[in-house]
Design a binder for this molecule. Structure first.
Ligand code: SF4
Length: 356
């Protein structure tokens, strides 16, 4: 069967056999990616039209107790300049972001033990009190079930925890022995059980990754059914063991974005900053491949250059207002609209069905 036929089949059925997925994962014809992207765009427009949701990203701590081999803020990196934002600084970012039209705030950080449940629930409650019309997304790594539950009860709506790879052996090549693949998967399932809109996701082109690993990622996403999927390229950081490894290929990221849109048609799918880092038009290409979310940075300018998971990160010097305008223009130039909305998962909290 040729790959174009398989793309149509994926568009119509939302699924393929393992061999069929591998055939399209191995496909190198660049026109095939364009075709897949066109189908993914059609699918996303059934659910979200031309709307693009914006999330205000607040990177509030770059301390981390973990040592992921690929990460620039891993605890072992003595060159990282560490910072933590105070609650007041976080709230000031939120206030400013709300004025700019943001209705989702993503509080992201390393796994920083300073942020106990008590401190973090207080921050979540304060953000919700300040902006009751807005959603709070947390991205603070692996925690206990009870901790996730407390944060949810405090008002957190969504939680991002990329699984990074769905293959346990591959996971062990990217993480030290004190990090457990099965615990990460358990965390994702706990988050689902509690009632968050959950985000999983993976790096594309990470060291040692094969197409068969990507197939496992696809199967894992189909099983978990996350409401959000974060997919970006691996990009090396100079202070890690992977510094000499090649970055993930743009075409592979775009292909996985399109496949993800076709298997999980209603998912919230960001065109990531990392995608914009490997290509000046990466985020636009991501939207045109089926993504529907962008995440401009609302962190104070003084700390932007310190939250560096990978090298050459873009948008570390701009004011938030400039980032928002830049993003609106970028999206308008490709025929999409940045909207003022919480941007929940399609039909979240309602009884809605869609056909097509
Ligand atoms: S990837 Fe996340 S958990 Fe791993 S070292 Fe970096 S910030 Fe910490």
């Amino acid at each position: 069967m040729n790959s174009y036929f398989l793309a149509d089949k994926l568009h119509n059925d939302g699924n393929l056999t393992d061999n069929e997925f591998l055939k399209i994962l191995y496909e190198t014809d660049s026109k095939f990616n364009d075709y897949l992207a066109e189908l993914a765009r059609k699918k996303r427009e059934n659910y979200y039209g031309k709307d693009v949701y914006v999330r205000g990203l607040i990177e509030f701590t770059n301390y981390c107790k973990n040592n992921c081999y690929y990460c620039g803020i891993r605890r072992g990196n003595k060159n990282a300049r560490r910072y933590r934002l105070t609650k007041e600084e976080i709230l000031s970012c939120v206030r400013m972001g709300h004025g700019l039209g943001f209705r989702t705030f993503v509080l992201q950080g390393g796994e920083d033990p300073y942020f106990t449940d008590e401190i973090l629930t207080d921050i979540v409650k304060s953000v919700k009190n300040l902006c009751p019309d807005s959603a709070v997304t947390l991205s603070v790594g692996e925690r206990e079930f009870e901790s996730y539950e407390k944060l949810f009860k405090a008002g957190a709506d969504r939680y991002l925890l990329r699984h990074e790879t769905a293959d346990a052996d591959h996971y062990a090549m990217l993480h030290p022995a004190d990090m457990d693949f099965y615990n990460r998967i358990k965390c994702l399932k706990n988050l689902k059980q509690i009632g968050y809109q959950v985000g999983a996701g993976m790096m594309i082109g990470s060291p040692f990754q094969t197409k068969e690993h990507l197939l496992k990622d696809i199967r894992f996403l189909q099983e978990l059914k996350p409401e959000m999927v974060g997919i970006g390229p691996f990009i090396p950081h100079r202070d890690t063991d992977f510094k000499a490894k090649a970055a993930g290929a743009l075409s592979d990221v775009l292909k996985l974005l399109s496949i993800t849109r076709l298997i999980l048609p209603a998912c919230l799918l960001p065109a990531t900053t990392a995608l914009g880092t490997i290509h000046p038009k990466g985020r636009e290409m991501g939207i045109l491949a089926g993504a529907n979310v962008v995440m401009p940075n609302l962190s104070p300018k003084g700390v932007r250059g310190k939250y560096l998971l990978y090298d050459n990160k873009i948008c570390t010097g701009d004011e938030a207002a400039e980032c928002v305008n830049c993003m609106k223009n970028r999206m308008a130039n490709i025929g999409y609209n940045v909207v003022v909305s919480r941007g929940d998962y399609f039909g979240w909290g309602k009884n809605v069905t869609i056909h097509g």
